[in-house]
Design a protein around this ligand. Structure first.
Ligand code: F3S
Length: 404
């Protein structure tokens, strides 16, 4: 791999051991993927920050790095965590304390403690064509597809390595030739809310493998629905990017997205939509004790809609309604009165929490309802909780009746 004089100096220890260690990690990664050189990144988003994924060894490693002087050199945000920083949810105190140690270590390294899977709703917005090193699989798809930035599917250590060195190996999604569509999915179904977009993502992921799907026929989708599609493609498949003809910046036409190539074509009609949604639920008993919305974290518009739908209704006894968002959006929603409206109805607008990365199973929940395809994918395996999947109104009905 060709390295600049600056990079050679860092590898010789000029900027200290943490910078040397992280640059060496990226060079090794680059060699594995045949990257010819490293490229500068404009921002990073570190992931893998939950105690569930880090464990005690991972926490100590982060603390050691911070103590040894590791400091980020590009604007760096932090992904969601397994606790709510504004409320006591009754999670094990040891778990909460360990999660706080993780945040303190990364904050010491200079990260912004944003704790969200949607940092772009908090004002961290890369530009078209920019190279970035973000973790959080749904955000990666968002950057590549909706914005047209360039970002590989990264893991926690590599995002921190890029944050500290300001570089990433040039391979994969950083290269034009790897951004070509590989499957056309013609959407003839009428898509409603985010759960329909989540179903579309799961359907396409099953056909696309690691390739890049090109969606045709989706008209003027809301931003939040594109975010849901990103999260679904990333979780139900290992997908880093999609094109949407006439919507995403690298797909003014299907031909442009395919770059003159040809590929398999599939159709997503109303029958496929209904079948896919049916398949995604793993719920067994109709009784529901947890309804979780905001995966990915809610936007202001989504919080407004949830508040409106809860007007004149109340969450049933024995049911918990968590509406996930981050500190920035939640503060604005509080100012608008949406938080109050949701909480008067018996829900809780959580701050920074990811249910899947937390320990809802320790709180005794046994049956979950959500409108998130990503939560639907992970909660049964990660938390051992079966999930009912449906649109927002269906989830709100489950919250106020206690049944799906
Ligand atoms: Fe975000 Fe956690 Fe969902 S990371 S997308 S809230 S599973």
């Amino acid at each position: 791999m060709k390295l600049t004089d600056e990079e050679k100096a860092i590898l010789d220890g000029r900027d200290g051991e943490p910078a040397r260690f992280f640059l060496d990690m990226l060079v090794t990664l680059g060699r594995v993927y045949d990257a010819p050189y490293l490229i500068p990144v404009r921002s990073a988003h570190v992931s893998g920050l939950s105690v569930r994924t880090l464990g005690e060894a991972g926490i100590r490693w982060a603390e050691d790095m911070a103590a040894a002087g590791a400091r980020v050199r590009v604007p760096t945000t932090m992904n969601v965590i397994g606790i709510d920083r504004a409320h006591d949810l009754g999670l094990p105190p040891d778990w909460v304390a360990r999660q706080k140690r993780v945040m303190a270590a990364y904050e010491k390294m200079g990260c912004y403690v944003t704790s969200s899977c949607v940092p772009y709703y908090q004002g961290f917005l890369p530009r078209f064509g920019e190279h970035t090193a973000w973790g959080e699989s749904s955000a990666v798809v968002f950057l590549n597809s909706v914005i047209g930035a360039r970002n590989n599917r990264e893991g926690g250590p590599s995002t921190l390595a890029s944050a500290v060195t300001g570089r990433t190996p040039c391979y994969g999604m950083h290269l034009d030739e790897n951004r070509r569509g590989g499957l056309v999915c013609q959407v003839t179904a009428e898509l409603g809310d985010m759960s329909d977009f989540g179903a579309l993502g799961a359907f396409a992921a099953a056909h696309a493998g690691q390739g890049i799907p090109v969606f045709e026929g989706v008209k003027a989708p809301q931003l939040e629905n594109l975010v849901a599609l990103c999260a679904s493609l990333a979780s139900w498949g290992g997908i880093a990017m999609f094109h949407m003809t006439g919507v995403t910046p690298e797909a003014p036409s299907t031909e442009a997205a395919l770059r003159g190539g040809d590929c398999e074509r599939i159709v997503f009609g109303s029958r496929e939509l209904a079948e896919q949604k049916e398949k995604m639920s793993s719920g067994v008993e109709r009784r529901v004790d947890l309804v979780a919305l905001g995966c990915p974290h809610c936007s202001l518009n989504q919080l407004a809609e949830i508040a409106r739908r809860l007007e004149g209704r109340h969450v049933a006894d024995g049911v918990t309604l968590w509406v996930q968002s981050n500190v920035s959006v939640r503060a604005l929603a509080a100012q608008m009165g949406y938080v109050d409206a949701i909480e008067k109805a018996g829900g809780l607008v959580t701050q920074d929490l990811c249910v899947v990365l937390s320990r809802p199973e320790d709180l005794g929940f046994t049956s979950l309802a959500t409108n998130s395809a990503k939560m639907c994918f992970y909660a049964p395996g990660s938390n051992g909780i079966p999930v009912w999947y449906g649109d927002l109104e269906h989830c709100i009905r489950a919250a106020v009746t206690g049944a799906w």
